[in-house]
Design a protein around this ligand. Sequence first.
Ligand SMILES: Nc1ncnc2c1ncn2[C@@H]1O[C@H](COP(=O)(O)OP(=O)(O)OP(=O)(O)O)[C@@H](O)[C@H]1O
Length: 243
Amino acid sequence: MAGAAPAARAAVVSAASDAAPTWRLEFALRRGATFRRDVSIRSQRRVIALVGASGVGKSSVLHAIAGLVRPLHGRIEIGDDCLFDSARGIDLPPHRRRIGYVFQDARLFPHLDVRANLLYGFRAGRAHRPAVQDPRFGFDRVVELLGIGALLARRSPGLSGGEMQRVALGRALLSQPRILLLDEPLSMLDMDRRDELLPYLQRVRDEAALPMAYVSHVPDEVRRIAEEVFVIGEAPRGDGGAG
Ligand SMILES: Nc1ncnc2c1ncn2[C@@H]1O[C@H](COP(=O)(O)OP(=O)(O)OP(=O)(O)O)[C@@H](O)[C@H]1O
């Protein structure tokens, strides 16, 4: 299906309003020799989900937003930020996009304890914004938000999958992002651990108040997190299709 994606089309806008969309993703992607995907997503919602079958290009869309894959052409605007616009020659490098990225696996540094993993995120954020005196996501606030105070001295190999993902979320927030991308953050957890982690994701969604794009295969998860859902890889149906 991937190679037969429909051409770019009029974007789907979630609510009847003249306000500028929070998400404006209109671009063409190529991965490898054969995969091509035209993406057309507009949403005024802050929290969107991207769903679709395996291999349709969900992660690739997140990679393009993060600047890890360069679209063939098009534009990527989120809130007031233009991250990519081929017509205007704009292509911000990844470190200037201020994106917090949480992957399926937490990707913590195993030789560091939780505090040091979190501080890595904090320093990474500061490295690109040394002038910020009063970061929006302070260490104590993030630790409280994610309930990871009791874990600070522990190393990641001893943590449960859910604990690791909470630390990964914390590390992402401490980098002071303007946008959060979550690529199937619950997919490696069993059902009980998923149910434990979901409320933390909801807290981050509500309290961090950042634009969030959430990739998942699980309908229940998507319903509980996202305000609008876009199906990648399906022909438009007038609502929620996305290219
Ligand atoms: N680095 C790469 N080089 C070549 N092809 C790639 C690369 N990364 C992804 N692809 C291909 O691009 C297509 C989309 O992959 P992507 O991982 O974005 O899909 P996905 O919808 O996120 O899949 P899944 O749900 O299985 O994670 C696939 O056909 C994949 O094989």
